[in-house]
Design a protein around this ligand. Structure first.
Ligand SMILES: *Cc1c(COP(=O)(O)O)cnc(C)c1O
Length: 386
C-alpha cells in the first residue's frame, strides 16, 4: 500500500539521535534550546517553545491567552479534532466557522458575519484557532483585521504549514497572530517522532509557555515570588504539565530541519505533477491563492459529484483496493459523536459537510517515486471510469 504520507529518516538523522543516547542528557540537554532557536530563526519568529506534541502546544497556547470557563473558542470544522479540543481542555465553549470552498480554510466572510452576530450577544470569542489546511495559508490579513476590530486573539494551527509562505514570509513568524503551532508527527513536513512547537514574538507569552510545559515551575530568581531558600530552590507559579520535548527528539528535529525547504520543494513538484496529469478528470484540484505558497502537506482532490459517474465512497474503496492508501482529511469535527453530545448537529456547517462528501487525500511525501505517483494517477483514472 502506498501511504498518503510518510517520514523520511536519513543516516544523518539516525547518527544525530544515536549521539544523544551516548551523551549526558537524554532530556533537557542542549538540543531542545538549539532546535528552538533554529526553528525560530528559520521562520523569523522571536521565540519558540518546543513541546511533546502540537496538541500540548495548542493546550498551553490557549491557557496563555487567557482561555478559561465562560470563554468561547472558534475554529474550522475541517481540521484534526485537536484544533477544537484545546479549548475544551480549558473549560471554554467551542464553536465553528464554515470553510471557504476553494481553500478549505476558515472563511473570513463567514467569520465576519458570525462575529457581527456574536458581538450583539456579547459572545465574541477569546481566541480563534485558524488552521492552514493542507499547508495552504489562511487569509491572515483579513483575519487580523477582524481580530483588531472585534478584539479576539489568534492561534495559527500550522501543523501542516511549516515551510509554507504567506506574502513571501514563512508561516510561523506570527506577523498576523499571537501564537503559531507546528506539529512534528511523522506524517507532517518534518518529524521528531512525536513533538510540537509554539512560536510567538511576545516575550511574556514565551515565558508563560515555557513554564506551563514543565509543571508551572521556574528556576529563574527574577520570576520568583519569594526569596530563594538556597541554590536548590524553585517555585511553582502556575498549574503546568509535563509537556517537555526531549533531546533525542530535538536532535532528530534539528537534523530534519536542514531539509525543510527541500521537502517543501519536492512536495510542490509532486503536487504540480498531479495537477498536470489530473486536470481532465471530474475532480476539483487544489488551488493556490496568489499571496500563498503552500507546503502541500496534503494533496486533496474533490470528486465532482455532478460530473463523476461513481460515488466518492466507491472511488475511495477502489483506490484502497488498488494499493493506494488514500485518506480523508477530515471528518468535520462537529459531526464527531463527542461534539454532537455538546449540541452540534448535521447541517450546521454545510460547506464543510459537502467538502467531506467529496474529498480525498492522495499520497504525497518526499520519497514518493514518480512510478508510485503514476500508479496513483492511473488508479484514480480507472476508479472514475468504472
Ligand atoms: C497533526 C495535527 C495536530 C496534532 O498534532 P500532534 O503533534 O499529533 O499533537 C493538530 N492539528 C492539526 C491540524 C494536525 O494536522
Amino acid at each position: 500500500m502506498i501511504p498518503y504520507g510518510r517520514q523520511d529518516v536519513t543516516q544523518a538523522d539516525i547518527d544525530a539521535v544515536v549521539a544523544v543516547l551516548g551523551s549526558d542528557f537524554l532530556t533537557q540537554g542542549p538540543y531542545v534550546p538549539e532546535f528552538e532557536s533554529a526553528v525560530a530563526s528559520k521562520v523569523r519568529a522571536k521565540h519558540a517553545v518546543a513541546v511533546n506534541s502540537a496538541t500540548s502546544a495548542l493546550h498551553i497556547a490557549c491557557i496563555t491567552l487567557g482561555v478559561g470557563p465562560g470563554d468561547w473558542i472558534w475554529t474550522s470544522p475541517i481540521s484534526f479534532v485537536a484544533s477544537a479540543n484545546c479549548g475544551l481542555y480549558c473549560g471554554a465553549m467551542i464553536d465553528f466557522v464554515d470553510i471557504d470552498p476553494e481553500t478549505y480554510n476558515i472563511c473570513p466572510c463567514a467569520l465576519e458575519e458570525k462575529l457581527l452576530r456574536a458581538a450583539t450577544l456579547g459572545r465574541v470569542p477569546t481566541v480563534v484557532v485558524v488552521v492552514h489546511m493542507a499547508g495552504h495559508p489562511c487569509d491572515m490579513a483579513a483575519i487580523k483585521r477582524l481580530s483588531d476590530q472585534f478584539g479576539f486573539k489568534i492561534i495559527e494551527d500550522a501543523s501542516h504549514g511549516i515551510g509554507a509562505r504567506y506574502d513571501g514570509e514563512y508561516i510561523g513568524n506570527c506577523a498576523y497572530s499571537d501564537i503559531a503551532i507546528f506539529s512534528f508527527h511523522p506524517v507532517k513536513i518534518i518529524t521528531t517522532a512525536e513533538g510540537g512547537m509554539a512560536l510567538t514574538n511576545d516575550p511574556a507569552i514565551a515565558n508563560r509557555l515555557q513554564r506551563l510545559r514543565s509543571h508551572g515551575i521556574t528556576r529563574d530568581v527574577a520570576q520568583m515570588e519569594k526569596s530563594p531558600d538556597g541554590s536548590w530552590y524553585y517555585e511553582q507559579l502556575d498549574l503546568g504539565f509535563n509537556y517537555r520535548m526531549n533531546d533525542l527528539q530535538a536532535a532528530l528535529g534539528l537534523s530534519q530541519l536542514k531539509r525543510l525547504d527541500h521537502y517543501v520543494d519536492v512536495r510542490r513538484q509532486l503536487a504540480s505533477r498531479y495537477t498536470e496529469r489530473l486536470v481532465g478528470l471530474p475532480v476539483k484540484l487544489p488551488l493556490e491563492a496568489e499571496s500563498c505558497r503552500s507546503s502541500f502537506h496534503l494533496y486533496i482532490v474533490r470528486i465532482d459529484s455532478q460530473r463523476a459517474s461513481v460515488s466518492h465512497a466507491k472511488v475511495f474503496e477502489f483506490l484502497r483496493s488498488s494499493g493506494v492508501g488514500v485518506n480523508l482529511h477530515y471528518i468535520p469535527i462537529h459531526l464527531q459523536p463527542y461534539y454532537q453530545r455538546l449540541g452540534f448537529r448535521n447541517g450546521m456547517f454545510p460547506k464543510a459537510e459537502t467538502y467531506y462528501s467529496e474529498a480525498l487525500s492522495l499520497p504525497i511525501y518526499p520519497n514518493l517515486s514518480h512510478r508510485e505517483q503514476d500508479h496513483v494517477i492511473s488508479a484514480l483514472e480507472a476508479s472514475l471510469s468504472e
